[in-house]
Design a protein around this ligand. Structure first.
Ligand SMILES: *[C@@H]1O[C@H](CO)[C@@H](O)[C@H](O)[C@H]1NC(C)=O
Ligand SMILES: *[C@@H]1O[C@H](CO)[C@@H](O)[C@H](O)[C@H]1NC(C)=O
Ligand SMILES: *[C@@H]1O[C@H](CO)[C@@H](O)[C@H](O)[C@H]1NC(C)=O
Length: 430
């Protein structure tokens, strides 16, 4: 059995009741802000421990996070054994059943059901999450970023398996602040629909809550590198600015926006027909699908009267998610934007939105050509799907999230990262 047994759960419950009572008996002069021993004591049951009974527990995460050779080799040989792979896999049906009793599910999975600090409570965040498969990845991601003061919109692709949709819907139904997008789409790779899926979530998030300060968009294979408190602090330090890649379009990507594209046999294809120039002669900038933006930026996306023209113009381009957000980020008048002069260009490494290891930029340490060292996992479409060996480097970066992870291929990477983050969150970060 992967998760705690009922008996252990009762024990945990009893323990937490005792701890909470102890906490309440403590002098009321105890400050709520900041860190006191009582705070850690009452929350310590929320640490991920070996008692959770997960198969990954045989790994030594502190050694892995320090990049120790022996521990990494051990992890590497473990994840390729069939028994281990089988024990880690969780079928979609599990989630449908386990979420029938929501309070037990939240408890058993150790979701944080109260804000860890006043500072976080005062700075609620919004998340748009676009998913099409791998429910376990999604659930681990949600658990890592979940906080009751935040709000989460989930877009499940209309083409997804029925069991994926049902499992994710069941999970979201256990949280009042996590909901399914009101207008789900069928997303075609490279097509405008990828951007529209995010916009649909953004519109719902904007409509449902006026509280949140910043929005981040994620996919099911992202994972945080920071705790909620660290994210809040980094966002506050942006002082209303947005953070995303936004730079000159490289020559080899120009035809994506100069030529008309069409969907043929469910796949997007470039034609020889030339497109009109962009509306209002907007400079088209290059970026990626993932952004960290203020509420004001989202208001512009939804209400600025230049945007509908940009949307219409974008519909027959290729991979609009790689220029749409970056272009809006350089439109004068958009809150948190910067002037479209080259001097304000930002690369993916300088932005905090997303850490991606591109195969083309990997290379030996110390080489001027290489941006980072080789991927310790495997590659999918030129992107590193991280292995446990990438963790030490990853947690030293300033990015809020990293892409991509795949629990089916390297469960240790996610396991050690989530354990590290939870421990840091409960200890108060920094
Ligand atoms: C895990 O690794 C750390 C760091 O090398 C070491 O101090 C610790 O003793 C190890 N723990 C176990 C249970 O082997
Ligand atoms: C369904 O979930 C309940 C607890 O929520 C558990 O006791 C039961 O064994 C589960 N059934 C299956 C078939 O997994
Ligand atoms: C949200 O959308 C609904 C339906 O479109 C609308 O009636 C409602 O006024 C909106 N709420 C807010 C807060 O904008």
């Amino acid at each position: 059995m992967r998760l705690v047994h009922r008996g252990q759960l009762q024990l945990l419950l009893t323990l937490s009741v005792v701890l909470v009572s102890l906490w309440m008996l403590y002098p009321l002069s105890c400050p709520r802000r900041g860190w006191s021993p009582t705070y850690s004591l009452s929350n310590s049951w929320l640490e991920y421990t070996d008692d959770d009974g997960v198969p990954e527990k045989v790994c030594n995460c502190s050694a892995i996070l320090q990049g120790e050779r022996e521990a990494l080799d051990q992890a590497k040989s473990l994840i390729i054994t069939e028994d281990f792979q089988k024990s880690v896999r969780i079928p979609d049906e599990y989630y449908i059943n386990a979420t029938q009793d929501c309070s037990e599910f939240r408890l058993r999975r150790k979701y944080l059901m109260s804000p860890l600090s006043q500072e976080e409570e005062d700075f609620p965040l919004a998340y748009s999450i676009v998913v099409h498969q791998k429910v376990q990845n999604f659930e681990r991601l949600l658990r890592a970023i979940y906080a009751p003061q935040n709000i989460y919109c989930v877009h499940v692709d209309k083409k997804s398996d029925v069991s994926v949709f049902a499992a994710i819907q069941a999970i979201t139904s256990c949280f009042p602040n996590v909901f399914m997008v009101s207008k789900p789409l069928s997303v075609v790779y490279g097509h405008w629909s990828r951007v529209q899926a995010d916009i649909n979530c953004m519109a719902d998030l904007y409509n449902i809550s006026t509280e949140w300060k910043y929005l981040m968009n994620l996919c099911g294979q992202d994972f945080p590198l920071k705790t909620n408190l660290e994210i809040v602090r980094m966002l506050r330090s942006l002082r209303g600015g947005n953070s995303m890649q936004s730079e000159q379009t490289p020559d080899d990507k120009k035809s994506r926006v100069t030529n008309v594209h069409e969907i043929i046999d469910g796949k997007i294809q470039e034609t020889s027909k030339k497109k009109r120039p962009p509306p209002f002669n907007l400079p088209i900038l290059a970026g990626n699908a993932y952004i960290v933006v203020s509420r004001g930026y989202i208001r512009s996306v939804l209400e600025d009267n230049r945007i509908p023209a940009l949307i219409e113009w974008s519909k027959d381009t290729y991979a609009a998610e790689e220029f749409f957000w970056a272009t809006i980020q350089r439109m004068p008048g958009v809150p948190g934007s910067t002037w479209p002069n080259r001097k304000y260009d930002v690369t993916d490494l300088n932005a905090i939105a997303r850490l991606v290891k591109w195969e083309a930029h990997e290379g030996p340490q110390g080489s001027l050509q290489s941006v980072y060292t080789e991927c310790h996992g495997h590659h999918v479409r030129g992107i590193c799907v991280y292995g446990a060996g990438d963790l030490q480097w990853m947690v030293e970066q300033h990015h809020l999230f990293a892409n991509k992870f795949d629990i089916d291929r390297d469960p240790i990477a996610v396991y050690c990262l989530e354990k590290y983050l939870r421990h840091k969150a409960l200890a108060g970060a920094d």
